[in-house]
Every structure is written in structure tokens, then in C-alpha cells.
Design a protein around this ligand. Sequence first.
Ligand code: GLU
Length: 395
Amino acid sequence: MSQTIVVKIGTSSLTQSATGHLALSTLAALVETLTGLQKQGYRVVLVSSGAVGVGRDRLGLTERPRTIALKQAVAAVGQGRLMRVYDDLFSTLKQPIAQVLLTRGDLVQRNGYVNVYNTFQQLLKLGVIPIVNENDTVAVDELKFGDNDTLSALVASLVEADWLFLLTDVDRLYSADPRENPNAQPISLVTNMEQLEEFQVKTGDSRSGWGTGGMITKIEAARIATGSGVRTVITEGKFPQNLEKILQGEAIGTQFEPHNRPVNARKHWIANVLVPMGKIYLDAGAVRAISQGGKSLLAAGITQVEGGFNLQDSVQICNLDGQEIARGLVNYSQEELQKIKGLHSDKIPEILGYEGAETVIHRDNLVVSSSLSITGNRQQGTGNREQATGKNFSL
Ligand code: GLU
């Protein structure tokens, strides 16, 4: 079977920093490279930012749009224009393309996820290069990928890619920001994500120009992608021709080696795609039972419940210190759990007045964090809805 590669290019690589206009030579080189790889037999997906940047340029706006409505309007102006440019360039080389606009909401229903999977399979079978972006015009805060680094990692996982290339404005990952620190050490190979602590990588969240991502989102993307078996490379967007050299084995950019354990697609979806809608706190015995014993979660071990979640929503499972130790799909709403927390399962029908599920979260729907030192969940949106990225779950 031919290899599948996902390439993500950000606004900072696609546009000229001085004028904000499209960087035509970069785009042309990217199109030539991807078409060449497609002709060699690779299945290719492009995740391209630029809707907001191109829209802003087209409208002559001098400032980054601040309100959500304006940003969504500007993205609507830019996305069509961006696709027109891609279509002209790819069509010159007789390479068919397709536009795929996604929001997290499209993937949170398991059947939606499978649907998108089937669409990608068909497109790739037809020899098409799908060009993916977040559907910025309709995405709502709670169900946003937020940045295309995360989106590209989820797409790479969805299409079961062999490679994810994150094209950016630096040539690789450094131990510190090379623009500020001349002693920053280049990193060419990361064999596991814990190594990054060893390198003491200070990524900063430098957001360049009109794009959204920084190094942090790239590392999170690498964590998601490698966790689902995708080799990930951070490399410079100005030289798309390097992709071919990297595929031939040249050590350009920073490579993150994929985990080689088998991937459970459903658990990957729970850990990385779903947005947790609440938190469940457990006593020490229940923490042990699920993190070491591989058990399902029962009501008896629950001490506290937070957030307005419903049946089948994803929730974060925390120990008494508030540290996240797992994620899973609940069989009870928050209201129901408030009534039955701490109780033995055979008391549930009496309290609720009906027979509920035996488990609060069945072990098949439970993803345990492989390291108990998870911290720093990024807050996004309102309430306690949080972005579901960058966790270190054993799947
Ligand atoms: N979807 C946004 C756009 O097309 C880009 C998001 C990002 O920069 O990561 O402008």
C-alpha cells in the first residue's frame, strides 16, 4: 500500500511578511512538490491555513480582525480566493484537488468521524489532493480545533498517515527560541516526547504574523500524531522541495518518531478529538482501579462532579488533587451522577427510579493517561470546556 503524507502549511509561510500578499514562489514550489509526490504514488493531503490572511489582504485590512464575527467574515472572503489560487496552480499540473472544510463538531459524533474518514479514502483513491482547513466561518468556540497544527494532526490520524509535515517559519525545533537566544541548540530527532523535557525546550508561544500556531501547538500536534503512529516532521515552509529529500532519508528539520504500539482508533478519538464537557473526581481506590487495574469506572469511587455534561459526553477524570488521570465517555448525565456518586451500583435503580448502566464509564470508553503528571490543559471557549489536545494517553 502506498504511503500517505499530510502536509500542513501555515499563514506565515504562505504570505509575504512585508506585504501580506501570497508568497507565490513558495506556493508554486509546494504545488510542484506535492504533485510530484502524488505522481510517485504517495497519497497526499494538504492542510492549508491562509483563509483569514488572504481575506484580510483582499479587503485591505491593516489589523488582525478582533471580533469573532469579523474574523469569520474575513475567512469567508479569503477561503474562496485561496482555493482559486491552489486550483489554478494544481490544475496547471493536471492535479485534481478538493476542498475539505472541517470543524471539531463534524468529528465529535463517532458516525461523523467515520463519514469524514470514508470521504478522505474516496478522494485519495481518486488520486485527488484534498486541501483541508478549519471551517472558520461557522466554527464556534467550543468546537474549534483552534489552530491548524492540531487539525493537521487529527487529519493525519484520521487518514492513518505515515508522515505529517508541519511547515513553518523556522527550519527546525530548537532548545530555545533561536530568534532570541543565540545559544539555542537545534534538535533533529525526538524519539519520545519526554525527551523534550530533557532538552529543556522553551517553546514560547510566538505567534507570527497572521497565523495562529506557535511551537507549542506544533509540539502538541506531534504528540497527537506520533501517538497514533504518524512520523512527524517540523521543517521550513520556504523550501517545500525538502519534503522529497526528507522522505528519502535526509535529516532535515526535526523528526518525531511515531509510537509503534498498535493504535486503538476509538480511544484515540476519545482522547484527542472529543472536547471534555466536565470533570469527575475519584477517591484513591478508584484511581488505582482504573489507572492500574484496567477497570471500568463505577459510581462508588466518585467523590465530586463538575460541569453540565450529558450521557455519552466526554469527561476528564481527576484524582483528588485535580490532576487528570483519564478521559472517557459517560453513561450518566451530570445531574444523575450528582445523585449516585459514592453509591454502590445496586443502589442506583432505587435512587434514580430506573435501571441505569452498570458502569459510569465502561473500560472500552476509558483512556488512561500514561503519565500521571499531566498539567497545563489549555483553556478554550467558555466554562470548563477545554481543548482536547496534547495529552499523553495510553491508547
Ligand atoms: N484556519 C485559519 C485560516 O485559514 C488558520 C488557523 C491557523 O493559523 O492555525 O486562516
